[in-house]
Design a protein around this ligand. Sequence first.
Ligand SMILES: NC(=O)c1ccc[n+]([C@@H]2O[C@H](COP(=O)([O-])OP(=O)(O)OC[C@H]3O[C@@H](n4cnc5c(N)ncnc54)[C@H](OP(=O)(O)O)[C@@H]3O)[C@@H](O)[C@H]2O)c1
Length: 241
Amino acid sequence: MTKKRVLVTGASRGIGRAVMRRLADDGYRVTGLARKAPEDLRADEEFHCIDLADLEATRALVTELAAEQPFYGLINNAAMSPVTSLDECSIQDMNDAAQLNLHAPLVLTQVLVPGMRAAREGRIVNLSSRAALGKVNRTAYSASKAGIIGMSRTFALELAEHNITVNVIAPGPISTELFRTASPPDHPRTKALMAAVPLKRVGSPEEIAHTVAFLLEERGGFMTGQTLYVDGGLTISAVHL
Ligand SMILES: NC(=O)c1ccc[n+]([C@@H]2O[C@H](COP(=O)([O-])OP(=O)(O)OC[C@H]3O[C@@H](n4cnc5c(N)ncnc54)[C@H](OP(=O)(O)O)[C@@H]3O)[C@@H](O)[C@H]2O)c1
């Protein structure tokens, strides 16, 4: 039987790497994208190097891949996170974050949706962040991560009649390079953040991969337009203070 195919962006490390591995283990044909290939790529994982901020190159590559076998799933995971105060946030920071965190997911969705419509099934999962609700020194990042929630809800409405679901996962602190760089463990703000997580730990990339796997499963098909906060309870912790 032909395996269902899934595209995962930002699959070279962190959450995207764990998602790619989990979906390959679950029996999907998984294709990963990032600028660099992971060193531990397995024989059952496909990978293409691309700068997703180059929208035309991305469109061309993914159009070619979809022509070979259409995709059942799209996981828009790759993102960048400028860390600047409000005073320092530049228009370039805003544009850079929008280009990778919003425009690339739009282009990928536009390229893959025709194949999903033809198959009358599809699953799109977009990665947001609990920073969408507000986070100090993340103006550009939080704007893009709030934007992807609105965009996903709109996609969900437009695509529901084609049996294509669109959902968002908004992680809290997850142990990856992005988190360790943006929130160094010894920084007082990181310590305060960790103290505020009700489960008192960071999450693992595999725990986000598990949520992706749940949304991709056939039995996950009645949920669309939703945002799942996978954050150790961080977004509800303020009510206990
Ligand atoms: N970790 C957290 O605590 C956390 C919290 C909330 C939300 N999230 C979200 O979860 C997602 C994954 O985060 P992560 O922590 O796993 O990030 P990460 O460790 O920084 O990994 C980012 C991935 O995106 C790829 N990437 C970055 N820029 C790219 C570009 N221009 N073109 C192609 N690929 C690019 C990177 O690969 P290359 O460098 O090889 O291109 C890498 O594979 C993001 O959407 C992030 O906003 C993470």
